[in-house]
Design a protein around this ligand. Structure first.
Ligand code: ZN
Length: 144
């Protein structure tokens, strides 16, 4: 799943949960559920592009998600809580980053990488984008 989709989901969770701790728990739980939904992403794990490109693309992806999350929930959730919930929604990907970026191929990074690899369901572009757009649309509807 795109990091942006995880962040937007986190923002919607923060918007609909009055208790921050419950919001963080739901945001973390949402990550594997979203990754299990067939999707297209930037192939940060297997790409042959230079590592710096992967890092920049991933940070832009995450940043777009934070920006859109603030557009969606910035008026109803305190900024720090909103940012934290979006970050937690992306957390497994951040925890996997040292494996990919620094080559830290040892636990817990290797465990997170193989767990995420097992859960992910891929779908080619553009169908794998449509699933994410439909998901976000439905979550936005439910959060109204
Ligand atoms: Zn993931």
């Amino acid at each position: 799943m795109l990091a942006a989709t995880h962040a937007i989901t986190g923002a919607i969770i923060a918007k609909v949960t009055p208790d921050p701790i419950l919001g963080y728990a739901l945001a973390l739980a949402s990550h594997p559920l979203l990754d299990y939904l067939p999707h297209w992403d930037l192939r940060t794990r297997h790409s042959r592009r230079p590592l710096q490109h992967t890092v920049v693309i991933s940070l832009v992806d995450a940043g777009i998600g934070f920006f859109l999350g603030f557009l969606i929930a910035g008026n109803s959730v305190p900024p720090l809580r909103l940012l934290a919930t979006m970050f937690v929604a992306q957390l497994p990907d951040w925890l996997e980053a040292p494996y990919v970026v620094f080559g830290w191929k040892f636990p817990p990074f290797s465990w997170i990488k193989s767990l995420q690899h097992t859960i992910h369901k891929k779908l080619p572009f553009p169908d794998g984008i449509y699933t994410q757009l439909i998901l976000i649309f439905l979550l936005l509807l439910l959060s109204k």
